[in-house]
Design a protein around this ligand. Structure first.
Ligand SMILES: [Zn+2]
Ligand SMILES: [Zn+2]
Length: 409
């Protein structure tokens, strides 16, 4: 039996041992408190090993081939990043490289580093730092979004030329599934439990009735360690806050920044196509219109929803949530918490258009005959996605519930 505080509404639950394969949910807001995943560590380890092998194949072998008339142009996974860099889009090149290559690789290596010693009943050096880093990387590794980007680009180019998929594309596809699965079966609770702690030996006691829940390892801290920069979790070392600091002010600042980026992202050209010596600039909307006019409805819908609709809805939802907390609203807290969870999940999918641009730039590179350059909107668009993701992260859903508790007292 253990005490778990809900990470979305901060209600403290007494949870008895959760049977294998079942989930304990918060009785107030429905968030997952604890999920007991059978053989979690073994399965995660096996999938991670498979993932590392696929990762090498996906990076070493030809990714896609582009055949136009007699010319064939073959690319690797990294080609898009290199091409963006050569076009002076180094911010975009860095973001694409980090989210599709570096972060997934670090994630898998980190999991190996943590899980192999644990299997051998040892505690690896710096376990808490490494494991916290793996959790931090989670929202930023976007292989599945890149996968969608590949599909969109293939459909987009199908009319123009023949696209020949390489071995690496299939490896990448398998890797996407394997990595997603390995993180889905990982029970982080069982890793954190390996770290034995002796609370209250050197910590500062907080009131027994109001323990602080740790954000990363979900330990309920009754007596956090006192470091120079404030109380920290005795198990994982994260700084403890009862609520995220300056949550509402930070969220508003990031919403505002994203709203500013949103305008050039939609007005400026996202791609500049050269075809038989003629240049032609495309914005996100003109791309969507092109797809509709050529009868490719599903692709038009994917691009429109991911690039125009989702960022806008996310900005509106976060503004509404921040506003409702400031107004001390007591209206439907469960639904507002659901809205918050939705904004956290959907945001990353907006990156799809950035990835489409990356792939197009790499593939269509035949000089004056046919080539595509990234336009300035791609950078602003990337800015929109990243700032809205940070905005969702800085909003604290527990603020929605604080108002409900005030009344009960
Ligand atoms: Zn809850
Ligand atoms: Zn902790």
């Amino acid at each position: 039996m253990s005490l778990i505080a809900c990470h979305d509404c901060d209600l403290i639950h007494r949870v008895d041992a959760v049977p294998e394969g079942s989930i304990a949910r918060c009785s107030r807001c429905g968030a997952v408190l604890h999920q007991h995943k059978p053989d979690s560590l073994d399965r995660t380890l096996a999938l991670t090993v498979a993932g590392l092998i696929l990762f090498v194949v996906a990076n070493a072998f030809p990714f896609l081939g582009f055949k136009l008339q007699a010319q064939v142009h073959e690319i690797l996974l990294i080609t898009g990043v290199r091409e963006l860099y050569h076009q002076g889009m180094w911010i975009l090149a860095t973001v694409v490289m980090l989210t599709t290559i570096v972060m997934p690789a670090l994630q898998m290596m980190g999991l190996m580093y943590v899980l192999v010693p644990i299997r051998l009943n040892r505690i690896p050096w710096k376990l808490r730092e490494v494991f916290r880093f793996i959790q931090f990387l989670r929202p930023w590794a976007m292989m599945e979004v890149f996968m969608l980007g590949i599909l969109v680009s293939i459909v987009k180019l199908a009319k123009m030329a023949t696209i020949v998929p390489g071995i690496a594309v299939f490896a990448f596809m398998a890797l996407t599934f394997v990595l997603t699965a390995s993180l889905a079966v990982l029970d982080s609770h069982s890793v954190w439990e390996r770290i034995k702690i002796r609370e209250s030996t050197r910590g500062i006691p907080v009131a027994r009735t109001h323990p602080i829940a740790c954000h990363s390892c979900h330990l309920l801290c009754c007596s956090p360690s006192q470091e120079a920069h404030g109380p920290t979790c005795p198990r994982c070392g994260t700084n403890l806050h009862r609520r995220k600091p300056d949550s509402i002010a930070r969220t508003w600042a990031l919403i505002l920044a994203a709203a500013v980026f949103y305008i050039p992202a939609n007005v400026l050209p996202i791609t500049i196509v050269t075809s038989l010596g003629k240049k032609h600039a495309d914005t996100i909307i003109s791309g969507v219109i092109y797809f509709i006019s050529s009868g490719m409805w599903p692709i038009a819908l994917v691009i429109f929803v991911a690039s125009v609709f989702v960022p806008l809805i996310k900005l509106l939802a976060l503004s509404y949530l921040s506003f409702s907390v400031q107004r001390k609203s007591r209206w439907r807290p469960v639904d507002r918490t659901k809205i918050y969870r939705m904004t956290e999940v959907v945001g990353r999918w907006s990156m799809v258009d950035v990835y489409v641009v990356t792939i197009l730039v790499a593939l269509v590179n035949l000089g004056a005959l046919a080539s595509i350059e990234a336009g300035p909107a791609a950078v602003y668009f990337c800015g929109v996605v990243i700032t809205t993701m940070f905005a969702a992260m800085s909003f604290d859903p527990r603020l929605i519930w604080d108002q409900m508790e005030n009344k009960n007292e």
